[in-house]
Structures are given as C-alpha cells and as structure tokens.
Design a protein around this ligand. Structure first.
Ligand SMILES: [Ca+2]
Ligand SMILES: [Ca+2]
Length: 153
C-alpha cells in the first residue's frame, strides 16, 4: 500500500510540473515484455508464456518462449504456473483463477509487480515474494482488471 501511495504522489507531482503526462505510465515487471502479463513454468528464469489480454482458458497455451534456463518449455500452462510478472502498459492488474472460464480467485499482481518461486523472502503478499505452495500449479485463467481494492502482490 505504501508503494501505491508513493506512485500516485509521483505521478501527481509530474502532472503538476509538466502538464501532459500519459494517464497510465508503463510499469515493467521483470522478465516480461512491456504490455504483457507473463507466467512461468518455474522461477521467472524458466520458460514463459506472455498474455497481452484476458485469457480464460490456459489449457490451449504452452510455455512457448525461451527465457533463461528454458525449464518447462513446451509444457501446458494450465495448472503449471509457478511464477508470474505483470508488465502492463495500461495499468491493469493480473488476476489469476483456478478454473478455466475464470472462477475461483487465486492471486493477483499489481502493474510492475511479480511473484517468483526462486525469491528468497518467505511466501507473503509483497512484490517479489514466492507464490505460496498452496497457489502453485493451479492457475487456469487470467483476467485483466483496472485498479481494484483486492490486496495484490
Ligand atoms: Ca488460452
Ligand atoms: Ca486450475
């Protein structure tokens, strides 16, 4: 929450000083190209799939992008997501769900934030934390949402 307040303050300051500023500045998550919402088979250094928009069915997607060690390349995304990174260029949160179709909320990421199972922190709800074991290998759908009151990573 502190981080979000700081960002709002920074944007407000920029607008006051410069005038025209893009409404939603790009915020890049690690290992994920601008504008995308990325999922990884293992840590954020393993094979990746990049989503540009909502996708309510992971069963027809694979980890099809080389990235770091390439572990998991070619595997199905469905029920195989261990880590994720949000590089939205439009301020969208990434919300992940347990079932194809998009029900059973699991977790969400704020723009620019990520979860990494190789992270050294204990599982929690802070940017960069590992995803708790109970939420790994479960995501089956991604829904992009504008700013919500949900406590995201
Ligand atoms: Ca799909
Ligand atoms: Ca699932």
């Amino acid at each position: 929450m502190r981080r979000r307040i700081a960002m709002v303050a920074a944007v407000t300051a920029l607008m006051g000083a410069g005038g025209a500023v893009a409404a939603s500045p790009a915020v890049a998550g690690p290992r994920c190209a601008t504008g995308n919402h990325c999922v990884f088979w293992g840590s954020i250094d393993t094979a990746r799939h990049s989503y540009f928009d909502t996708d309510r069915d992971f069963s027809n997607d694979t980890f099809n992008q080389s990235n770091g060690t390439n572990g998991g390349y070619g595997q199905t995304v469905n029920n195989n997501v261990y880590s994720a990174s949000n590089s939205s260029s439009s301020g969208y949160e990434s919300h992940f769900y347990d079932t194809v179709g998009g029900t059973g909320f699991l977790f969400c990421l704020n723009p620019g934030d990520y979860v990494d199972t190789a992270g050294t922190d204990r599982p929690g709800t802070t940017n960069g934390d590992p995803l708790p074991a109970s939420l790994r290998d479960r995501a089956s759908a991604l829904v992009l949402r504008g700013t919500t009151s949900v406590d995201c990573y």
